[in-house]
Ligand binder design. Structure first.
Ligand code: ATP
Ligand code: MG
Length: 389
């Protein structure tokens, strides 16, 4: 008996002429993400995608769990492949459904024919299979309104498929269909969630992290890598740039008024990030900022950070409460890592009274003692790159 994963792609159905291109990107992503699990093929036909193992060695359970995290998939199910022949469908269904029929009392059958040439109509298929299942599992009865389990039969182009209910997929759009952007990633709760949200809308991610050794420890850097590897289960591989930020922070501390430390630091981060993102074809920057959450995230403060870059800054959490953000971070399994207590470069030089209503003019004056271009150039030349998957 041959079992496959049958995939229904989500919003793809809405995308008109782009659809085929989107499906191709989704299939490429799927192949990459299932790599290493054994031999398999992925192909599309009739608005579905099929993952078909080529031999017994394929790790089916792991494949299912990976598929459940791939953006662009609305729903998926495991399904048994039958010949387009009623005898074969009946025989295989009994064997395939046996384990899942043991602990239930009621069921119904639903049939769908994409191939209208099949000799039986949908109601006839339901009646025949229902009858055989009742005979094979005498403890069961049919309940068409509220069954414990629904068995689906799909007659498609090349084969018939028998399956149980679909499982919910990760939704969103295939990563790569919206271009590439760079997430500014700290070790906190917010930025990994922001990364996940934008990957869900089809962006391929690069990441940029500012590290300030010895103020920040190697463990803080490792934490960022762990967070990114959790995001990568959804987004696919992520290129990470680790930017040395110690000298910049020291220069800010020596040469700028204390109440502007955080803002100037953020302006430096944005300038450097724009350059690094641009070097790898990035179309936008992403941050985990949420309006009013801290002093540097008031609207006037965000205006002063945005004003130093030309790339759009995407802030998917801007209108979200901390509670909602935490809920997502638990769901995507980044929360427990995010709350590990390793210091971030932002927490090292936190001013006692940060500016909440800065003007651009004040900001520019406050950073006038810095060699902005020189510091940026040096930081970029000393940036290290690694690859997270
Ligand atoms: P997070 O939980 O993501 O750390 P936060 O609420 O603590 O966010 P800030 O520390 O003010 O907020 O940082 C705001 C945003 O700036 C972060 O969401 C992140 O996108 C970026 N950021 C902060 N620190 C760093 C860093 N060390 N490296 C890269 N980006 C950073
Ligand atoms: Mg932070």
């Amino acid at each position: 008996m041959k079992e496959i994963i049958l995939i229904k792609n989500g919003e793809l159905a809405l995308k008109g002429l782009n659809r085929s291109n989107f499906e191709d990107i989704l299939i490429k992503n799927m192949k990459r993400r299932l790599n290493g699990l054994g031999s398999f093929t992925v192909r599309k036909a009739q608005s579905a995608i099929y993952v078909e193992p080529e031999d017994e060695s394929f790790d089916f359970e792991e494949a299912l769990s990976r598929v459940s995290l791939i953006f662009g998939i609305a729903a998926f199910s495991r399904a048994c492949v039958c010949k387009k022949d009623m005898t074969d469908i009946l025989e295989k269904s009994v064997e395939y459904l046996k384990p899942s029929m043991e602990n239930i009392k009621t069921f119904k059958v639903e049939a769908k024919r994409a191939d209208k040439g099949f000799p039986l109509t949908s109601p006839q298929i339901c009646a025949e299979l229902g009858g055989v299942l009742l005979k094979s599992f005498p403890h069961l009865s049919v309940d068409v309104h509220n069954p414990d389990k629904t068995v689906f039969v799909e007659i498609r182009d090349y084969a018939a498929y028998v399956r149980a209910e679909q499982l919910q997929g990760a939704g969103g759009l295939p990563v790569g269909t919206a271009g590439t952007a760079s997430i500014l990633i700290s070790g906190g709760i917010d930025s990994p969630v922001a990364a996940w949200m934008m990957a869900k809308r089809g962006l391929r991610l690069n990441a940029i992290h500012f590290a300030s050794p010895p103020y920040t420890s190697p463990r803080a850097e490792q934490k960022v890598k762990t967070l990114l590897s959790k995001v990568a289960r959804y987004s696919g591989c992520i290129n990470l740039a680790i930017v040395p930020f110690t000298e910049i922070q020291d220069m800010i501390a020596e040469n700028c008024p204390e109440d502007y430390f955080t803002l100037i630091m953020r302006r430096m981060m944005m300038r450097i990030s724009e350059k690094i993102a641009g070097n790898s074809g990035g179309l936008a920057l992403i941050t985990g900022e949420s309006l009013g959450q801290v002093a540097s995230q008031t609207l006037p403060a965000l205006v002063t950070t945005d004003s130093v870059v030309n790339l759009p800054v995407l802030r998917p959490l801007i209108g979200m409460d901390k509670e909602e953000i935490v809920r997502i971070s638990r769901n995507i399994d980044t929360f427990e890592t995010s709350i590990l207590p390793y210091e971030d470069c932002c927490t090292v030089f936190t001013p006692k009274h940060p500016k909440t209503r800065p003007t651009l003019e004040q900001c520019e004056k406050a950073e006038s003692g810095l060699d902005v271009d020189g510091l940026i150039e040096k930081a970029i030349s000393e940036t290290r790159y690694t690859y997270i998957d």
